[in-house]
Design a protein around this ligand. Structure first.
Ligand code: PDD
Length: 287
C-alpha cells in the first residue's frame, strides 16, 4: 500500500504528491512545520501544536489555508488511511509558489500558501530503545538565526549538528550560545541537580516545546521543583542526570555530554519517571 500524502486539498499516493519548484519553501525555506505524535492511532497534544502553528504563521505573516477543525480532520484522515498506530504526522505550510523567484513576499491574495501533511509510522514509539539506554550528546555552537521560537523549516544547521554528533559516535548535539545551552538540534534540554529540574527559560532563543510545556506541568503536579534558567555544559556535566523532550522522543535520558558520563552513566530516576507520566497522560488525553 502506498502512503497517502495530503497536498493542497487532495489525498494522493506519495509518488503523485508534488509541489512546484517555485515554492518558497523550496527556494527560501519560507515555511513552518509541526510534528505531532500518534499513540494508539490518536494525536498527542493536537491543540498545542495547532496553537503554535498559528503563532509561527502569524509571526511570518503566512496565511493558513485551513481552519483548526479542517487540520484535525486531515490529521485523522491520514492516520486512518495510512493505518498508523504509533508514529507521527508531519505538517508543513509555506508561503506558496510565486510566479518567479523574488526575495519580496508575493501578495497572499494572488499566491495561496502551500500545505503538505504526511505520516511516519513508528511501531512501539513509546518503547524506543534510546529511552532505556539514554543518548550521548556533544556540544556545538548555536549558529542558527535568532528567531528560534518560530518553527521554520530552516533545519540545515541542526542537521549538521546531528551529523557532527553521529561522526563522533554520539546521538545528538546540544547547541550553546554565550556559554549557555540553548537546546538540542530538535528537542529541549534539561538537567537535574539535587532533585531540581533545570531548563532554559522561554525566549526567542529556543523553540517553545509543546512537550516541554506538558512535562513541566506534570512535574509541578508531582511536586517536583523546576528552575527555568540557562545552564552551561560544565554545569550539565556535573549534574545528577539530564534529559531531552520533543514530540518524537517524549522524555529521553541523556547519559553522556562531550564524553563525560552523568551520574553512574545510566538514565536517571527523574527522567525515567517523567517519561512514564508523560506517556501515560498522553495516552489518556490523546484525541
Ligand atoms: N522538533 N527544539 C527544537 C529546535 C525542535 O525542533 C523541537 C521539535 C523541540 C521540541 O518541541 P516539541 O516538544 O513541540 O516537539 C525543541 C521536532 C520534533 C522535529 O523537528 O522533528
Amino acid at each position: 500500500m502506498s502512503r497517502m500524502v495530503y497536498v493542497d486539498g487532495a489525498y494522493l499516493p506519495e509518488g503523485k504528491a508534488k509541489v512546484s519548484v517555485f515554492d518558497r519553501g523550496f527556494l527560501f525555506a519560507d515555511g513552518v512545520y509541526e510534528v505531532t505524535s500518534v499513540l494508539d492511532r490518536r494525536l498527542v497534544d493536537f491543540e498545542g501544536h495547532a496553537a503554535r502553528l498559528a503563532r509561527s504563521l502569524g509571526e511570518l505573516e503566512i496565511e493558513s489555508p485551513v481552519s483548526d477543525d479542517e487540520l484535525l480532520e486531515i490529521h485523522r484522515q491520514l492516520i486512518a488511511r495510512n493505518q498508523v498506530i504509533d508514529g507521527l504526522v508531519y505538517l508543513q505550510i509555506t508561503r506558496g509558489a510565486a510566479p518567479d523567484r523574488d526575495f519580496a513576499f508575493p501578495d497572499p491574495r494572488e499566491v495561496p500558501s502551500t500545505i503538505v501533511l504526511f505520516t511516519q509510522s513508528k511501531p512501539g514509539l513509546a518503547e524506543a530503545r534510546q529511552a532505556k539506554v539514554g543518548i550521548k550528546v556533544i556540544s556545538v555552537p548555536d549558529m542558527r538565526w535568532k528567531r528560534r521560537d518560530i518553527k521554520t523549516v530552516q533545519l540545515l544547521y541542526p542537521s549538521m549538528g546531528k551529523m557532527l554528533a553521529k561522526k563522533q559516535g554520539c546521538d545528538d548535539a546540544w547547541m550553546t550560545e554565550d556559554g549557555f545551552v540553548t537546546e538540542g538540534t530538535s528537542n529541549n534540554a534539561y538537567i537535574v541537580k539535587d532533585g531540581r529540574i533545570i531548563t532554559r527559560d522561554l525566549s526567542n532563543a529556543i523553540l517553545h516545546g509543546i512537550t516541554r510545556a506538558a512535562v513541566l506541568r506534570f512535574a509541578r503536579e508531582a511536586q517536583m521543583e523546576i528552575v527555568e534558567r540557562p545552564f552551561t555544559i560544565e554545569e550539565a556535566q556535573a549534574a545528577d542526570e539530564a534529559f531531552i523532550t520533543s514530540a518524537s522522543t517524549f522524555v529521553t535520558p541523556v547519559v553522556e555530554i562531550d564524553g563525560i558520563a552523568l551520574g553512574n552513566g545510566n538514565p536517571g530516576p527523574v527522567g525515567v519517571r517523567l517519561r512514564e507520566i508523560y506517556v501515560d497522560e498522553s495516552r489518556k488525553s490523546a484525541i
